[in-house]
Design a protein around this ligand. Structure first.
Ligand code: UGA
Length: 444
């Protein structure tokens, strides 16, 4: 099938490449000429394992190309995915849907014949209904344009796998009209994946929009739940990691997303829970999602708790101390530093007068743009040169498997703070290090 994907950021570029991988003829559209040029030459503008390979393979095979021209999208095919960003507004917590609206404004007037627009962006509930009204005012007399909402659940770092082997497919359509045609088109697009036995949930626009934000809100709540419990564990000397293992064995709870530590960041969970609560208030569901504020508060508190823990174990005053922060990305296997807990900790330490040196295997360049006042190193050992404290802020495998002997010769004090509870405390303690984990004791 001939598909277009409008918006070639994280979501759109991945979707475009993966749809081409499924055998479709895909045209990616983005207003940013630099992004289009890089993608066209087979370069992924961000770090995402495996994406470069499928991008280049499908460009060479002729099934994937990119353009800045909206009218080219209209001429290319009849199914148009919208994967543009919906960032938090500059003021307040609501989501800014203006890029989604601009995408529709740029595309729809060029359409002739029958088309289906498929929203993939994370949007406040009610967006599809208002977009449908917008679409109908822009549609030419000789065109019919249908709208479906098909949220995306991919995780950064696993974007290709999550797109090609998702847990479920959600298709939301107009509740007031016959949705059979739109559903059939999307079933055709995803045929190869659906045939593997994938659950397909066919529903209305609002439910589809809500599924996405509810899933992210639930995941955020799980993380803040375990982090709140860790605050208690810290006081009584209990081990929150063992506790998470124990409650996680209950299948109703599950062990995933119960890793206590520095908490969640990135371009999705923090902004999505804020926008979700704001939307609930707007719709008159006063107080229904107020608990998400607490989820947010618990999460933000982890960052200052990490700074306090570092201050506590640091053999000298923070003012003038050398702190190595290992990790800058909001999570491993990503170079994304948006709302990164690691960088928030590094920034707070610097504001308290510490001399902070950061090392991240992939995110140094992005961090440097955002936090130019921090020091940057090209390896963990270089960051740890003369360090009074080494702090693990992102659980990259290379930090998890790092031997204390790699840092022994360079540090000023053998003090390590594990903000992600990912190290083996025994091996560090045996090597003569003082080991402290955010969230309290680690079982020995
Ligand atoms: C999240 C969701 O997991 C995806 O399903 C969703 O599609 C995506 O947002 C989105 O809305 O686009 P992502 O932001 O890539 O994906 O990252 P996650 O893997 O969810 O991690 C989010 C944050 O939670 C990270 O900072 C991670 O370190 C933290 N986390 C995760 C914990 O602190 N503890 C855990 O147990 C798990």
């Amino acid at each position: 099938m001939k598909l277009t994907v409008i918006g070639c950021g994280y979501l759109g570029a991945t979707h475009a490449a993966c749809m081409a991988e499924l055998g479709h003829d895909v045209l990616g559209v983005d207003v940013n000429p630099d992004k289009v040029a890089r993608l066209s030459s087979g370069e992924v503008p961000f770090f995402e394992p495996g994406l470069g390979d499928i991008l280049r393979r499908n460009i060479s095979a002729g099934g994937l190309s990119f353009t800045t021209e909206a009218d080219a999208a209209a001429a290319h095919g009849s199914v148009h995915f919208i994967g543009v960003g919906t960032p938090q507004r500059a003021r307040g917590h609501a989501a800014d849907t203006s890029y989604v609206e601009s995408a529709v404004d740029a595309l729809v007037p060029h359409l002739r014949g029958d088309h289906l627009i498929v929203g993939k962006s994370t949007v406040p509930v009610g967006t599809a209904a208002s977009l449908a009204r917008r679409i109908s005012t822009l549609t030419a007399p000789d065109a019919t344009v249908d709208l479906a909402w098909n949220p995306e659940f991919l995780r950064e770092g696993y974007a290709v796998e999550d797109t090609l082997r998702p847990d479920r497919l959600v298709i939301g359509t107009d509740p007031d009209s016959d949705a059979r045609a739109a559903r059939a088109v999307l079933r055709d697009v995803y045929r190869e994946i659906i045939d593997t036995g994938l659950p397909v949930i066919e529903t209305d626009w609002s439910t589809a929009e809500l599924v996405k934000v509810s899933a992210n809100a639930f995941l955020a709540t799980k993380i803040s739940f375990i982090n709140a419990i860790s605050e208690l564990c810290e006081i009584v000397g209990a081990d929150v990691s063992t506790l998470a293992d124990a409650i996680g064995h209950d299948k109703r709870i599950g062990r995933r997303f119960l890793n206590a530590g520095l908490g969640f960041g990135g371009g999705c969970l923090p902004k999505d829970i804020r926008a979700f609560e704001a939307r609930a208030e707007e719709l008159g569901a006063h107080g229904a999602l107020r608990f998400l504020r607490e989820v947010d508060t618990i999460n933000m508190r982890r960052r200052s708790a990490m700074v306090e823990l570092i201050a506590q174990v640091c053999p000298r005053e923070l003012l003038g101390a050398n702190i190595a922060v290992l990790g800058a990305a909001f999570k491993p296997e990503s170079d994304d530093v948006r709302d990164s807990p690691a960088l928030s900790v590094a920034g707070q330490l610097a504001l308290r007068g510490a001399s902070v040196t950061v090392f991240d295997p992939k995110a140094n360049a992005n961090s440097q743009r955002m936090y130019p006042m921090l020091g940057y190193a090209d390896s963990a050992a270089e960051a740890a040169q003369d360090a009074d404290v080494v702090a693990i802020a992102t659980e990259w495998a290379q930090f998890v498997h790092m031997a204390p002997s790699e840092l022994d010769p360079v540090v000023r004090s053998r003090v390590i703070v594990d903000g992600r509870r990912c190290l083996d405390p025994q091996s560090w303690r045996r090597a003569g290090w003082s080991y402290a984990a955010l969230g309290g004791a680690v079982a020995t």
